[in-house]
Write a protein that binds this ligand. Structure first.
Ligand SMILES: *Cc1c(COP(=O)(O)O)cnc(C)c1O
Length: 221
């Protein structure tokens, strides 16, 4: 993306208090540095190994987010440095992150991934599972993870009405959980939704964090 277009996008999102996560998966460190030099500091990767390699190679003031599925046995590699995990999709994973974070002396910010799309996927909670999790008191027990909010991906479709509805329902769920379980707690503040093709709809529906890859870096091969 050109300098001026990037600046426009940043400004547009900043006006609405939306955080931009630059999704750099499959892109070389040079491409990341180009955006870094334009002031971008938050980058997202979907694979643990690639995340670790890029963390090691790049400036240490980058805030790294994991946005893809996380296997339990790989949590240990990212616990020392990860800034936000968007893709917590089970209670067991949350417990694993908590126990390794405790050993490391960290508290790790996490989003719970919600299954909002019509597509079949193994990953993510549904509304009922989230309700059970919050009612169980488990979240309060896990002192080394901080639940910052929810993440969701809309169905991959040209049907804007459907995509809007899915984002609308995720934001509704976020509001409901916030008022029921985090009243007065400003840390529950993140609704991560929207990618290159649908971020404008997501922002209209109340996204606070968009994850944008191809629009910034060009198509992935
Ligand atoms: C790849 C990816 C993105 C970014 O997708 P683009 O369409 O390139 O913007 C966002 N979120 C997740 C979870 C991804 O895996």
């Amino acid at each position: 993306m050109e300098h001026s277009a990037f600046h426009q996008l940043k400004t547009k999102l900043a006006e609405k208090n939306v955080t931009l996560v630059a999704v750099s998966k499959t892109k070389p460190v040079e491409a990341i540095m180009e955006l870094y030099q334009q002031g971008q500091r938050v980058f997202g990767e979907n694979r643990v190994q690639e995340l670790v390699e890029k963390y090691e190679a790049l400036p240490k003031d980058i805030e790294w987010h994991l946005i893809g599925h996380l296997q339990s046995n790989k949590v240990k590699y990212i616990v020392p440095f990860v800034g936000l995990i968007h893709s917590v999709d089970s209670v067991a994973l949350l417990e694993k992150i908590n126990s390794l974070a405790q050993k490391q002396g960290r508290t790790i910010d996490c989003l719970l991934q919600v299954h909002i799309a019509q597509e079949e996927t193994k990953f993510g909670f549904d509304a009922q599972e989230l309700e059970m999790l919050f009612k169980s008191g488990k979240v309060d027990e896990l002192q080394h993870v901080r639940i910052r909010g929810l993440m969701g991906m809309a169905t991959f479709t040209d049907n804007a009405t459907q995509v809007r509805q899915e984002f609308h329902s995720l934001r509704g769920l976020f509001n409901k959980i916030k008022s029921a379980h985090f009243p007065g707690n400003n840390a529950f503040d993140t609704c991560s939704m929207g990618m290159s093709g649908d971020y404008e709809l997501a922002v209209e529906e109340g996204s606070t964090m968009v994850r944008i890859g191809s629009l910034l870096f060009g198509a992935r091969s």
